[in-house]
Design a protein around this ligand. Structure first.
Ligand code: ATP
Ligand code: MG
Length: 421
């Protein structure tokens, strides 16, 4: 059968009067076997090929190839579309692995690695699965502003924007506008989009720009309704990836299992006891740290054989003003995190919808009421009980595929040192 393939020269192996060229494109690899005796002119042209040249080849597909590559074409025609200057700044085959900063410097070349394409195909599936699931459940997709006039949480780690001479900010989370849409009566919404953090953190899990799958829903009984939805959503996403990205997972050497439902729910203050038994003393009323996240994962793995778990009822003191506290025990908040393999994937829970309480809580946090007026005032005119969460897309990608650094789960990562390319 005659076929045409376009792509990049992945490897070249001359063997006297035969030349093996492997062509790589989105579909995978195919071996091109040029024989001198078949067509001398074509053979000569093929001899001029360099790694990463872009070519078009027309030829006959070998039906039962013995090539290890899996596919083989005997070319009849070769067009060199674009030459690649030599030497290449990084090795695209991945045989000699460059350091991450160099790879990111040459990210488009780095992304030519088939493993990288596989990572982002999985990431696309995560988003596709989430959208499908949420739409089917009646959630409306929305787009809230990225530029905001008022700061949502602390304020220290936001990027400032010059807004016609006035100070504006890039959102840290679409949270507050999502809540305003609950006040607007939208009931069930989701948003997939970026958030920004001007944090000079140099960890393997923080970016200055990341994306989230954020949802908000109204008329919930309490935060457990939100937990249930998130559990189903994540279960659906992972199952979808297992089905849809079989080849990608294989290429990446990742074995995925359907998550086990229900995901265990650990709650404060019991968490202090669990951690103490694991040899970690966290002062009562304080937030846990990074080490605790990993300890709790090991604990959940052993007790429940699950890589996922929720944490609920964080101390109000460590959460933002808009969370809902437990009325009978206001020390604790209906504030929920989801963790996967020892890393936080999302934060959320039930929000406070009662105007007086929001004001009271903001005052308690020392937030000037003037600065949140744009948000709070709307709650005076009828607000339903509601809650939601924001699930980090890059975090889920990295944990799902056991990627050690979040930058590798991001096409063009932005961190304190990097905003190019
Ligand atoms: P952490 O404590 O792990 O730094 P956070 O509590 O500051 O996270 P949230 O404000 O709760 O993060 O944001 C919701 C979700 O968005 C997080 O659970 C995470 O998945 C993702 N996320 C938040 N900040 C970042 C970041 N800097 N880089 C990548 N993902 C992030
Ligand atoms: Mg959080």
């Amino acid at each position: 059968m005659e076929v045409t393939e376009r792509g990049w020269v992945h490897s070249i192996r001359p063997l006297g009067k035969i030349l093996f060229v492997v062509l790589r494109n989105r579909k995978g690899l195919v071996q091109l076997t040029f024989k001198k005796k078949d067509d001398e002119g074509l053979f000569k042209l093929a001899k001029t090929l360099n790694l990463e040249d872009v070519i078009e080849v027309r030829g006959i597909e070998v039906p039962d190839t013995i090539s290890k590559i899996g596919r083989e074409i005997i070319p009849k025609e070769l067009k060199i579309i674009s030459r690649a200057e030599q030497p290449l700044p990084i090795d695209v085959t991945g045989l000699t692995q460059a350091l991450l900063p160099t790879r990111l410097e040459w990210r488009p070349l780095d992304l030519r690695k088939r493993e990288n394409l596989a990572i982002f195909k999985v990431q696309a599936s995560i988003v596709e699965a989430a959208e499908k699931f949420l739409r089917e459940k009646g959630f409306i997709q929305v787009f809230t502003p990225a530029i905001i006039g008022g700061v949502s949480e602390g304020g220290a780690d936001v990027f400032e924007v010059d807004y016609f001479g006035k100070k504006a900010f890039l959102r840290q989370d679409p949270q507050l506008h999502r809540q305003l849409l609950m006040v607007a009566g939208f009931e069930k919404i989701f948003e997939i989009g970026p958030s920004w953090r001007a944090e000079k953190s140099h960890t393997t899990r923080h970016l200055c720009e990341h994306r989230g799958i954020a949802i908000e829903m109204s008329f919930i009984k309490d935060e457990y309704d939100v937990i249930k939805l998130e559990e189903d959503l994540v279960h659906h996403i992972v199952s979808f990836v297992i089905r849809k990205n079989k080849e990608d997972l294989e290429l990446l050497g990742v074995e995925l299992e359907e998550p086990k439902k229900p995901f265990p729910i650990l709650e404060f203050p019991e968490i202090y006891n669990i951690l103490e038994k694991l040899g970690k003393k966290i002062p009562y009323g304080e937030d846990y740290d990074r080490e605790s996240e990993v300890l709790l994962w090991k604990y959940v793995k052993k007790e429940y054989d699950n890589d996922f778990f929720f944490v609920n009822r964080f101390p109000f003191a460590v959460k933002p003003f808009y969370v809902m506290r437990v009325d009978e025990e206001p020390f604790w908040a209906r504030s929920v995190d989801l963790l996967y393999k020892g890393l936080e994937l999302s934060s959320g829970g039930q929000r406070e919808h009662r105007y007086e309480k929001i004001i009271e809580q903001a005052k308690e946090k020392g937030i000037s009421l003037d600065s949140i007026k744009w948000f709070v005032e709307h709650f005076k005119y009828g607000a339903p009980p509601h809650g939601g969460f924001n699930l980090g897309v890059e975090r889920l990608t990295m944990q799902l595929l056991n990627i050690p650094n979040i930058r590798e789960a991001t096409l063009f990562p932005r961190d304190p040192e990097r905003y190019l390319p």
